[in-house]
Write a protein that binds this ligand. Structure first.
Ligand SMILES: C[S@@+](CC[C@H](N)C(=O)[O-])C[C@H]1O[C@@H](n2cnc3c(N)ncnc32)[C@H](O)[C@@H]1O
Length: 289
């Protein structure tokens, strides 16, 4: 008799309301999954890598109890660190540009593609000079790792890299990364583009040169102190860091001084010297061990 009782199925009607409620709750997705789901269902953020969405969901839930408010805050943060750089149609233009490569002049197509991203667009006027100056000062001798790359891989024709050098590009938008990977294969560049969140999964690959172009402000907006932590973990011979001279809205006042002071702190903490290259739109810091 005892055994029978232990194995009997409890009919729903005999459950206390509280335990019934608990059972219902346990079928609901947890708050992090609910926020991730909401981000996934948005047109703008559905292609971002899982680790980024999960990290943003956790960040937002620490600040907002309700998943709805947290999803709103996460979207706003994602806009700040990713969406603000991408105009509607960017990916489609990239796809068309990559598909048209065999017919068109490589540099013309790449310039057109880079026009679609706020960050590379600002660099276009000085691309030739920047490419020559960096190649001369950095002299890459092994793999180049471009972190939070945006559309910078399309600047490869100006980077003056030896054709045998591998080039790896990481960013958080899987769709964009797919097009960049097709581009790398199309121009015969060894290496690959990878959808990877550098805060969730910091670099663990050996590179001679690491590029962090206009990336640190974006990473700091997500995690204070991220820049120093990331730089400390890199074993590359040279790290090239850059900062914009003005904000996306066009305000420039004090930005160079602000980032100059920020880099002074970073170099002090790393006990490293930096060489500085300045253009009207961007300032580069070359950190060499
Ligand atoms: C200001 S843009 C710079 C793009 C590119 N490096 C350049 O200079 O043209 C910042 C880039 O960081 C990427 N990003 C933001 N958070 C990231 C993260 N946690 N991991 C990897 N990439 C990230 C964004 O998607 C965006 O492409």
């Amino acid at each position: 008799m005892k055994d029978e009782k232990e194995h009997s199925v409890v009919p729903c009607a005999s459950l206390q309301p509280a335990s019934y409620g608990e059972r219902l709750c346990s079928l609901k997705p947890d708050p992090v999954s609910r926020v991730v789901e909401s981000l996934r269902s948005s047109v703008k953020y559905r292609y971002l890598c899982e680790a980024t969405l999960t990290r943003m969901a956790r960040w937002a839930l620490e600040r907002h109890a309700s998943p709805k408010d947290a999803a709103k805050a996460a979207k706003s943060k994602l806009h700040q660190v990713y969406g603000a750089y991408m105009e509607p149609g960017t990916c489609e233009r990239v796809a068309r540009g990559v598909a048209a490569l065999p017919e068109e002049e490589l540099r013309v197509v790449c310039r057109r593609i880079m026009e679609s991203h706020a960050s590379t667009r600002e660099r276009l006027a000085d691309l030739e000079e920047i490419g020559l100056a960096l190649a001369d000062l950095v002299k890459p001798q092994g793999p180049v790792l471009d972190l939070a790359c945006g559309l910078n891989p399309f600047a490869l024709p100006w980077m003056n890299l030896s054709p045998e050098l591998s080039y790896y590009a990481w960013d958080i938008d899987a769709r964009l990364i797919g097009h960049i990977d097709t581009f790398l294969a199309g121009i015969g560049c060894p290496g690959e583009a990878v959808c990877r969140d550098v805060l969730a999964e910091p670099p663990d690959v050996e590179a001679d040169v690491v590029l962090l172009l206009k990336a640190l402000p974006c990473l700091e907006q997500q995690e204070a102190g991220a820049s120093l932590r990331l730089l400390r973990g890199l074993s590359a011979r040279v790290v090239v860091v850059s900062f914009p001279s003005r904000s996306l809205g066009g305000r420039g006042k004090g930005m160079a001084d602000h980032y100059g002071a920020f880099m002074q702190g970073i170099c002090g903490a790393l006990d490293i010297e930096a060489r500085i290259l300045m253009w009207p739109s961007e300032t580069f810091y070359i950190l060499q061990r």
